[in-house]
Write a protein that binds this ligand. Sequence first.
Ligand SMILES: [Zn+2]
Length: 173
Amino acid sequence: MQADWLRPLDVDRHADAGDSWEFKLPLTQLPRLAQELSSVEGTVECRVMLSRERGQPVAEVRVSARLPLRCQRCMRPVWLPVEADSKVWLVTDPARADDLDPGIEPTLAPEGRVVLRDLVEEEILLAVPLVPRHEGVADCGPGDFAFGDEPEVTKDDTITPFAGLGELLKRGR
Ligand SMILES: [Zn+2]
């Protein structure tokens, strides 16, 4: 089907019909992701399929992309390949939430409508690390900071599970 990724779609109608859409979504169309990117050139290959399981509408969302994230250590691009395929429950009626299969992630479809772009963006955001970085310090470029500003590499840098927490708090998420 022709994909109008910004138009709210009638979930019940398309789930009954088993409709699916394949499209290339420009990165510029993903505002929530854009702030994590060092460039918005490029596209995401998307496939969204609507159907019903146990009477409830579900969407299978597949995305494939190579994203230029911004390394939080040197602020230069770090490429992340994203290949994701997951199923979400489109909750058109919150009162029926108890009928849902706990194994499937629910997402609200207010007024029985859903926007393809939002489903795709949610899927991609789940795949993006909170603090993207080049794998090792040696992989980082010189960055924008002046000579002498290089962050000191300590032993902690390699193993602390909360290494990104400070940056996370600063970003206010
Ligand atoms: Zn880096």
